[in-house]
Every structure is written in structure tokens, then in C-alpha cells.
Unconditional design. Structure first.
Length: 255
């Protein structure tokens, strides 16, 4: 019985040796390659090239180039941070008959949802000092004494600055220039709801009559620059009735 068991054991060993592949040093081949980014074309340095059969390998240099010995039946695994794992079949490498093969590694892309970040605190400059809102007044038009019209208490606590603000010709000219700028900006907005074309569409006037009525409206409009198109429409119609009653005979124009 012992001989029979020994016979089968020797038989299994011999069969496993026949099936096992024998590797000889003279069969080893030099495998060399260069790793690059498949999208940008940039080199992929310091990637790990592993031969799973011998559990060893190498690392690509700063130029993405690597070289190692491998059997024609081996498969190499290439791992690099930020890239998907790549396989290099040595048999396919040998078929290319090149000393240095360029391998393109596919980068990993992570889709991140849009994130909106808002804050309530004021921004800080490089010195950690909170920044206030920027003044809309041009620096050349700002007062030398006050950022805005001084309170009456300034006459007590800062009398010299208060008198300078009130009496200085330069300060007065600055305020006049700033008032003119604000008026021009307000008028630009008002023209969007009140202009010659709008008045023509409301009244049907044209030519010199329209020009004369526009002058009449400019004198009697009495609307804020923030007036809406509806408010302007109503006011123009009111003035049109007054204008017809004062300057145009009833039988010469119709609504």
C-alpha cells in the first residue's frame, strides 16, 4: 500500500513539472519604454512597472523612461498616480521590434459637482485688515476733509475742516462736478423710458411739432429720474392734453 501511494505521489510531481513552464536566463529580453500622458503628451515620471511573476520591477525616471529584463511570456503592470493601470504584454512588445516603445497612459478624471461658496465677512487684505466698500466718488473729486457732507456737529468738533468744506472754492467746485456727473448718470437711465421715439408713439406727433412738444415736456415733466415707463406714459398723456389746449387749435390735431 505504501508503494502504491509513493507511486502516485511521484506521478503527480512529474506531471506538475511537465505542465510548469521553465524559465531560462538566456530567454530573458530587455524591455524598454517611455510613458506619456495620452491627452496632453506630457511625460509620466516615477511610475511603477511591476512583473507579477517575480513580484519585482522598476520605476520610470524623470523623463518617463524605464527598462527591465522580462521573459517573453511575462505581462508587466504599470501604475502611476492619477492614471489608470496599464498592462504591457512582453510578447507584443517584442513584435514591435523597437528598442524604446512609447506607451500612452490614460489620466483619471473625477467629475465634481459645482459648489458655490459664499461668505458674509468682509475680505481681508494681505495684512489682515478688513476692506470697506469702495467709494463711487472719483478720488480727484473727494473732499479733503470729509468723505460726505459733514454733520452739523463737525462745526463744533472740527471747525476748521467744517469751514474749509463750506467756504473753499475748490471744495465747492468738486461738489458741483460730482452733482453734474450724478445728474448725467440719472439722465442716461431716464432716457431709456423717456425719449423722442417714445413720445412720438404716445402722441403721434412728428417734425417740428414733436420737437416743440418735447421742449414743453422737459419744462413741465416733474418726474423723478427713477420713474417707470408707465409713469412716463401717463405724464406724457397729461402734458399732451395741456399742450393741445394751450398751443394747438382743437381742430388741427386728434388723439
Amino acid at each position: 500500500m505504501q508503494r502504491l501511494i509513493l507511486f502516485f505521489a511521484l506521478l503527480l510531481i512529474s506531471v506538475s513539472q511537465v505542465k510548469a513552464q521553465v524559465y531560462f536566463p538566456e530567454d530573458m529580453k530587455q524591455v524598454s519604454g517611455k510613458l506619456i500622458d495620452a491627452e496632453s503628451g506630457d511625460i509620466v515620471p516615477y511610475a511603477h512597472i511591476i512583473n507579477q511573476r517575480v513580484h519585482g520591477g522598476t520605476i520610470s525616471d524623470k523623463n518617463g523612461i524605464f527598462s527591465l529584463q522580462a521573459d517573453p511570456s511575462d505581462t508587466l503592470t504599470v501604475n502611476a498616480m492619477g492614471f489608470t493601470t496599464m498592462k504591457i504584454i512582453v510578447a507584443d512588445y517584442l513584435k514591435k521590434n523597437k528598442q524604446l516603445v512609447v506607451y500612452k497612459m490614460k489620466p483619471i478624471r473625477y467629475l465634481v459637482g459645482e459648489v458655490e461658496v459664499t461668505g458674509k465677512n468682509q475680505k481681508l487684505d494681505l495684512y489682515g485688515v478688513p476692506q470697506g466698500n469702495k467709494s463711487k466718488v472719483p478720488i480727484e473729486l473727494r473732499s479733503d476733509d470729509f468723505k460726505e457732507k459733514p454733520h452739523w456737529t463737525s462745526a463744533i468738533f472740527s471747525p476748521l475742516s467744517f469751514l474749509h468744506y463750506k467756504l473753499s472754492r475748490n471744495e465747492k467746485n468738486k461738489r458741483k462736478a460730482m452733482a453734474a456727473i450724478i445728474t448725467e448718470q440719472q439722465w442716461d437711465k431716464f432716457k431709456l423710458v423717456y425719449n423722442r421715439d417714445i413720445v412720438h408713439n404716445i402722441t403721434g406727433l412728428d417734425g417740428d411739432t414733436l420737437d416743440d412738444f418735447m421742449v414743453y415736456c422737459n419744462v413741465h415733466m416733474n418726474l423723478y429720474y427713477s420713474a417707470t415707463s408707465l409713469e412716463v406714459d401717463q405724464r406724457v398723456r397729461e402734458l399732451f392734453k395741456q399742450y393741445k389746449a394751450e398751443k394747438i387749435p382743437n381742430d388741427s390735431i386728434s388723439n
